[in-house]
Design a protein around this ligand. Structure first.
Ligand code: IMP
Ligand code: MG
Length: 518
């Protein structure tokens, strides 16, 4: 009979993530290999897969100032963090920080944590509290602020995750979110490249991504942005697989035939449709488009057009080239993930659907019909977080133990309502954008909500400084700091009430998993 290894160590683990056992706990389980060989084992790391090693450790280190009521010592501790991070940047393998926090990631810039703490403490008086110690979220905010201060006005590229960063999970960009929409528009108008880097993969169908971003795209037009300004906006779909550029086009232009692939001989003379800047061409109004002025002028819209592979994956660019990844390995990776997902659905009696796409495979709630098929089980409307986490960790394990080992970049994550394996990840996307725009990481920022090791923004940290937010509202707030540090006026509360034309209910609805219009 195979042995069962119970999670004896779990309650004592305070810091670290799945790759990191707490530095305060001796390295556990001498029978580790045995544990990994048993199909019945309990994974002792489960209790840490939703923790951030660095923030937990910082929180612990700040505790002495709180417990001893030594307010001034917060400042010294913050300076010490700065010093440790600088040392880690110089020598990541041998740094003291990597011993304290084995899971610690890359720092692309110096982090002025003491300065950030002074600003934050000045506003929120955390050092004056007697009963409540600095929290995880407060340390996250201070790290975010330090990162924004470090980049200051050198920012040239800002990438955003989609779900839960720009819009609610599974939702569309909220046209009423003035703070967020106007901040993004302001950055675009000041020549900052803005890219949405989302796992949501709907192939090369630009119009599907447009549905989710309509609140922002229509706002760009309402704010009279020029074509050049609008063209600073990009969308990366399917993690790092499908790159689109925004442009101004007549609303009746059909973009469905536009392809990023090299043109065949006979097609090469057909011009790509683009609307000349600020030129109005007589035309009849587009039916059903009542939110735009029904005049005799052409209606212009911000549309997403595939960026040619030959441009963003050109030979002379020093970035990743996902289009050229070997198809056999793509297929094999998807097979392993799909097989593991199907087994998990069966084992856990999940009323779930599994969908395989060209470069991803995912599992999501199966809908009411599944109740009859699986009378005892759950997931027709909502899959439990624990079940999704279990699925993600099983897929990660199946990939990790696969022989021969996989070489391709990939990402396995719990998206909140679903679980996915994607070919490629956000590190690849951000690195490809940096290569395309020829920018160093120090001039870039990635903003996202999923920085735990079962999240899909974590990978971006390898390539770019990151900001960790928890909601679209927080993204709007963070961007005001970004604007101020870029020396651009932040968005004031009474701005933007006049120009909005998109009304609630105007945007089409899309099944976020499959991309089907519903
Ligand atoms: P993100 O937070 O913007 O990266 O989007 C992640 C969400 O996109 C997932 O939770 C899914 O709901 C949705 N999604 C739709 N298609 C895909 C896909 O092919 N791979 C991964 N996520 C997808
Ligand atoms: Mg997200």
């Amino acid at each position: 009979m195979s042995s069962i290894h119970v999670n004896l160590n779990a309650p004592s683990i305070q810091a670290g993530d799945s790759s990191a056992v707490s530095p305060h706990i001796p390295h556990m389980m001498s029978n580790e290999n045995e544990a990994f060989s048993s199909t019945h084992r309990r994974n002792y790391m489960l209790s840490t897969h939703r923790r951030d090693g660095l923030i937990e450790w910082m929180k612990e280190m700040l505790m002495h100032s709180f417990v001893l009521d030594a307010k001034e010592s917060y400042h010294g501790t913050m300076r010490f963090f700065e010093e440790l991070i600088d040392e880690h940047r110089r020598n990541p393998e041998k740094s003291r920080l990597s011993q304290f926090v084995p899971s610690v990631g890359v720092f692309h810039t110096h982090l002025p944590l003491h300065h950030a703490f002074r600003i934050y403490d000045n506003k929120y008086s955390i050092s004056l509290r007697r009963h409540i110690a600095p929290s995880f979220n407060e340390i996250r905010h201070i790290l975010n602020l330090a990162q924004i201060l470090a980049i200051g006005d050198t920012l040239k590229l800002i990438s955003f995750d989609g779900d839960q960063t720009l819009y609610d999970d599974g939702g569309n960009f909220d046209a009423n979110n003035d703070e967020l929409a106007l901040a993004i528009i302001r950055l675009l108008c000041h020549d900052v490249k803005v890219a949405v880097v989302t796992a949501a993969g709907y192939g090369w169908s630009g119009s599907k991504y447009e549905v989710r971003l309509k609140g922002l795209l229509s706002r760009m037009v309402d704010e009279n942005m020029t074509k050049e300004q609008i063209e600073n906006f990009y969308v990366f779909g399917g993690e790092s697989n499908y790159l689109f550029q925004c442009t101004l086009l007549d609303s009746d232009v059909d973009t469905s035939h536009l392809s990023p692939f090299p043109k065949k001989e006979e097609e090469s003379n057909i011009p790509i449709p683009t609307a000349p800047l600020a030129v109005t061409v007589p035309s009849s109004p587009v039916p059903g488009n009542a939110n735009h002025h029904a005049t005799s002028e052409k209606i212009l819209r911000a549309r997403l057009i595939p960026v040619p592979i030959a441009a963003w994956q050109a030979d002379d660019l020093n970035g990743p080239k996902p289009y050229f990844w070997p198809e056999a390995e793509v297929r094999s990776l998807l097979d392993v993930a799909e097989g593991t997902m199907r087994q998990t659905v069966e084992d856990l009696r999940l009323r779930a659907r599994i969908m395989r796409k060209e470069r991803s495979v995912g599992c999501f709630p199966g809908g009411p019909d599944m109740v009859a098929k699986i009378p005892v089980g759950h997931g027709s409307n909502r899959l439990k977080r624990e079940a999704l986490d279990e699925m993600v960790l099983r897929v990660m394990e199946a990939i990790r133990v696969h022989e021969p080992p996989f070489q391709l970049p990939y990402c396995v994550f719990n998206g909140g309502t679903d679980a996915w394996l994607d070919i490629g990840n956000k590190r690849v996307a951000v690195a490809a954008l940096q290569a395309f725009f020829r920018l160093p990481p120090e001039q870039c920022l990635h903003v996202g909500d999923q920085f735990l090791n079962i999240g899909n923004d974590l990978a971006a940290r390898d390539a770019s400084p990151c900001i960790w937010i928890t909601s679209p509202r927080e993204t709007g707030k963070v961007l005001q700091h970004v604007l101020r540090n870029k020396k651009i006026a932040p968005v004031s509360q009474d701005e933007g009430m006049v120009k909005r034309t998109l009304k609630e209910g105007d945007a089409a609805k899309l099944c976020v998993y499959t991309g089907e219009v519903v």
